[in-house]
Design a protein around this ligand. Structure first.
Ligand SMILES: Nc1ncnc2c1ncn2[C@@H]1O[C@H](COP(=O)(O)OP(=O)(O)OP(=O)(O)O)[C@@H](O)[C@H]1O
Ligand SMILES: [Mg+2]
Length: 259
C-alpha cells in the first residue's frame, strides 16, 4: 500500500488531472484505489462520478473535533476498483481556521490509517495553497508528486513546496521522496523547452525524464467530468501518464535509500 500526494501551490498546473489519470490507470490494473480530494473546489470529486451537487460529507469532516469514521465518507469513483473521499467547500474554512490548532497536521495520517489497508494506492489531490491541508497531506504520504507546468513562471513556486517537504521529513523522521512531473508540455514552444531545461538543471534526478504533453482529449475529459479512457485507444496524455506510473514505481533514488 502506498499513499501519494499530488501537490504544487501553483494553480492550474495539472494536479487534479495527474491525480485522476494515475488513479484511473492503477484501478484499471485491477488494484484498489482511493482518490482523496482536499480542494474546496472539489474538482476531483466532480470528475470522478460526483455529479453536480455539493457532496454532503467528506474530507472537511475529518478535521472536526470529533471526526466520523472514514469508511462512512467514501463513495464509488465511477470505475471499478476506484473509490473517492470527496471534498466540500467547507475545506476553505478548515484551511483558514485550522492553522495553529494542536495536532491538525496529523489529521489525515490518523484518518487514512483506518482505511489504507484496504487499498493498493491512495492518491491525495491538494489545493493550490501551501497551508494546513497540504501539510496534513504531505505528512500522511509516502511520495510527493509535484506536477509543474512547463512555462517560465511555474518553477518559482516549487522551492516553497520542496522546503515544506523537507520540514515534514525532519519532523516525522521518515523520508518523503519527491517526483517532479513536467506537465502541459508543448514542444513547439521555445518557452516550454527552456523551462524544461531550467527545471532539470535546478532539480536533476527529481524531475521525470519525460513530459506530460498538452492533450485535448484529457482537457475535454476534465471539462465534461467524464472518465479518462485508459483501457481502449488511450490518448497521448494517457500513454504518458502510464509511463509516469512505471517511473513512480521504479527503484528509489540512491539518496532516498539513505534517508
Ligand atoms: N495534459 C494536459 N493537456 C491539456 N489540458 C490539460 C492537461 N493537464 C491539465 N489540463 C487542463 O488544464 C487545466 C488545469 O488542470 P488541473 O485542473 O488538472 O490543474 P490543477 O493544478 O489541479 O488546478 P487547481 O490548482 O485549480 O486545482 C484544466 O482545464 C485541465 O483540463
Ligand atoms: Mg486541482
Amino acid at each position: 500500500m502506498s499513499i501519494w500526494c499530488v501537490a504544487n501551490q501553483k494553480g492550474g498546473v495539472g494536479k487534479t488531472t495527474t491525480a485522476v489519470a494515475l488513479a484511473s490507470l492503477v484501478a484499471a490494473e485491477g488494484k484498489r484505489v482511493l482518490a482523496i480530494d482536499l480542494d474546496p473546489h472539489a474538482s476531483l470529486s466532480h470528475w470522478l462520478g460526483g455529479g453536480n451537487g455539493p457532496e454532503p460529507r467528506g474530507t472537511a469532516d475529518l478535521f472536526a473535533a470529533a471526526p466520523p469514521a472514514v469508511a462512512g465518507l467514501l463513495r464509488p469513483g465511477g470505475a471499478s476498483n476506484l473509490d473517492v473521499l470527496p471534498a466540500q467547500a467547507a475545506l476553505a474554512t478548515v484551511e483558514r481556521q485550522g492553522i495553529g490548532r494542536q495536532g491538525m497536521g496529523l489529521v489525515l495520517s490518523r484518518a487514512l490509517a483506518e482505511v489504507a489497508p484496504a487499498y493498493d494506492t491512495l492518491i491525495l489531490d491538494c489545493p493550490p495553497t501551501l497551508g494546513l491541508l497540504m501539510v496534513s497531506a504531505l505528512a500522511a504520504s509516502d511520495l510527493l508528486i509535484a506536477p509543474t507546468q512547463t512555462e517560465p513562471l511555474a518553477m518559482h513556486g516549487l522551492s516553497g513546496l520542496l522546503r515544506t517537504a523537507q520540514m515534514i521529513e525532519r519532523s516525522r523522521n521518515r523520508a518523503l521522496p519527491i517526483r517532479i512531473v513536467p506537465t502541459l508540455y508543448d514542444r513547439r514552444t521555445r518557452a516550454a523547452q527552456d523551462t524544461l531545461t531550467a527545471l532539470r538543471q535546478a532539480h536533476g534526478d527529481l524531475v521525470w525524464e519525460e513530459e506530460i504533453p498538452v492533450d485535448t482529449r484529457l482537457r475535454e475529459a476534465s471539462r465534461a467530468d467524464v472518465a479518462i479512457p485508459v483501457a481502449h485507444a488511450p490518448s497521448r496524455g494517457v500513454v504518458a501518464y502510464a509511463r509516469l506510473l512505471t517511473w513512480l514505481r521504479s527503484t528509489p533514488f540512491p539518496e532516498e535509500k539513505a534517508a
